[in-house]
Design a protein around this ligand. Structure first.
Ligand SMILES: Nc1ncnc2c1ncn2[C@@H]1O[C@H](COP(=O)(O)OP(=O)(O)OP(=O)(O)O)[C@@H](O)[C@H]1O
Length: 518
């Protein structure tokens, strides 16, 4: 493997400084263009394969003796990994990086949180240092938040070499993005819909020079939801390029994979299902649908002090659930595709900064997001596609940490749940709880549900009155809403706002008063 010369590095840095001085700040603007955030997926699950969840930690294992240098990466990048405290490559990195450095196309299948981003970013940065060039690589991701996260990771790894990235996603100002693109970054990280907008509308912008195409969450990108956009993008990319497909779940459908026009790809598959049990404690709860809220509150109470990601099936459910929990004094914040992009980012940042301990989201947050402090994932609504289960529960137990996943299964979800167990290749244990204790919460929860309902109605009325269309950006500020809550009797539950460990958001004894039977 050739080493990158100092001249090459200097070239990369010098040209950046010349062209990119006076960088303009991104303007965040509200938009209702949600084309890139499809939350549903079309089936084909029998043909899918999964690498499990959380089993191949990014954290190196004892037997992992290989160093970054051994993989063939140049010194600057080895140093960048060390600065990020990545002591040694993870399994997927050990296996994928050498193949990628040989110039091969790669299909990388490895568990959630196992370091796949580094597995494709490092060889691209290595190649960039050997042949510095603008518009060098294009990374496609299914969601906007993931695009920002990947951009940050490229910048962290490439900080020593003056790498310039541009994140191109919907919901942000087109003009500001266009200006950034015009500065010819090395790496473009994009959601397909917005990239197509630029390709079609920005004079002089093309992707003819691209040397590397990455599809992160590749099975999702190759899904029919992105068909039109992806075809447009692939048409304008040069055939002479390297293509990397990465995900924790991959389609086996040859037809779908053919769309990526890979050339003799090497499949790098990393899976070690036995460790899943150790790091990710998975369980399910079988309950009648009408008790879902009360069981959720019970779980949050039982595991108080942790950080939670709760997944719902619809935008409306995320808001309703968040309002219900907030009426009980729990620090819940919704995140979904009908929120404006600045509010989506704000919600995520509050959760990341531990200002809120409960993030309630749709599948817009199920893939790729790397928030190390997530302790518990709750599938409040069961995922319609079992693949999504793998991604959702993968938001915890990342990079060698431990975590828990609890799936609420109602009488209507049995078939979907069986499919999940089939995909996992094992049966999960029941989440144990005392029914009496749960039912003792019912009265308070019912009151909170009523409050939430009123607040939701008030929210819709207020926004509707301002001329917003229903289903637009009208479900995003439930946090600051206190209309109906003001009318509600004080709960006296001592609920906290933040989510630091050890803090109980509300005192359990308050909830067990006045037990009642079902
Ligand atoms: N070699 C390494 N050593 C230690 N930590 C690492 C290493 N490589 C990556 N990480 C860290 O592990 C975490 C998970 O990495 P990453 O987000 O790339 O996982 P992923 O495999 O893409 O997960 P997902 O399938 O959920 O998208 C990140 O916080 C990253 O910084």
């Amino acid at each position: 493997m050739s080493e990158t010369s100092e001249d090459d590095q200097a070239q990369l840095q010098t040209s950046d400084e010349e062209e990119l001085s006076g960088e303009e700040e991104d303007q965040i603007e509200e938009s209702e263009n949600e084309d890139d955030d499809n939350e549903g997926e079309s089936g084909d699950e029998d043909e899918d394969e999964a690498a499990g969840s959380g089993s191949d930690a990014a954290a190196p294992t004892e037997e992992a003796k290989l160093t970054w240098k051994d993989l063939g990466l140049n010194d600057t990048l080895c140093q960048a990994c060390e600065e990020l405290k990545w002591k040694a490559p993870s399994k997927i990195q050990r296996e994928a990086i050498p193949v990628a450095l040989q110039g091969k196309d790669v299909i990388g299948l490895a568990e959630t949180g196992s370091g796949k981003t580094g597995a494709f970013a490092l060889p691209i940065l290595h190649a960039l240092l050997e042949n510095p060039q603008r518009y060098f690589a294009l990374v496609l991701t299914p969601t906007r938040e993931l695009a920002f996260q990947i951009g940050e990771q490229f910048e962290a790894l490439g900080s020593g070499i003056g790498i310039k990235c541009c994140v191109v996603v919907g919901g942000m100002d087109m003009v500001a993005q266009g200006l950034q693109l015009a500065k010819k970054p090395h790496i473009i990280i994009a959601t397909p819909g917005r990239l197509v907008d630029h390709l079609e509308n920005m004079k002089g912008f093309n992707l003819k020079a691209i040397k590397y195409l990455v599809m992160d969450e590749a099975d999702r990108i190759l899904n029919m939801d992105f068909e039109v956009e992806l075809d447009k993008i692939l048409k304008v990319l040069p055939r002479e390029r390297r293509t990397f497909l990465f995900s924790a779940t991959m389609t086996k459908k040859v037809k779908k994979l053919q769309r990526a026009s890979l050339k003799d790809p090497v499949k790098v598959e990393v899976s070690n299902k036995y460790q899943t049990v150790e790091q990710l404690q998975q369980s399910y709860l079988f309950i009648p649908v009408k008790y879902k809220d009360v069981y959720l509150v019970h779980i949050l109470n039982e595991l108080a002090g942790n950080s939670f990601m709760i997944f719902c099936s619809t935008c409306n459910n995320t808001v309703k659930t968040a309002l219900m929990l907030r009426a009980l004094g729990l620090a819940a914040i919704p995140l979904h595709g009908q929120m404006s992009q600045n509010k989506r980012l704000a919600a995520l940042n509050k959760f990341k900064a531990k200002n809120r301990s409960i993030l309630i989201s749709t599948d817009v947050a199920s893939r790729g997001l790397d928030i190390p402090h997530v302790d518990v994932v709750v599938n409040f609504d069961i995922p319609t596609h079992s693949k999504d289960y793998i991604h959702r529960v993968g938001r915890t137990a990342r990079a060698g940490r431990s975590g828990r996943a609890i799936t609420i299964v109602s009488q209507y979800d049995i078939e979907l749940y069986q499919r999940i167990e089939h995909l996992l290749g094992k049966q999960l244990p029941l989440y144990k709880c005392e029914e009496d204790e749960v039912m003792a919460l019912q009265e308070r929860v019912a009151e909170a549900q009523r409050t939430a309902k009123l607040e939701l109605k008030d929210l819709e009325d207020t926004k509707g009155g301002r001329g917003h269309k229903r289903g637009g950006d009208n479900h995003d500020d439930s946090e600051h809403f206190a209309g109906a809550r003001k009318r509600m009797k004080p709960m006296g539950n001592g609920a906290g706002g933040g989510g630091g460990k050890g803090k109980k958001p509300f005192a359990k004894k308050n909830w067990t008063k006045g037990k009642q039977k079902r």
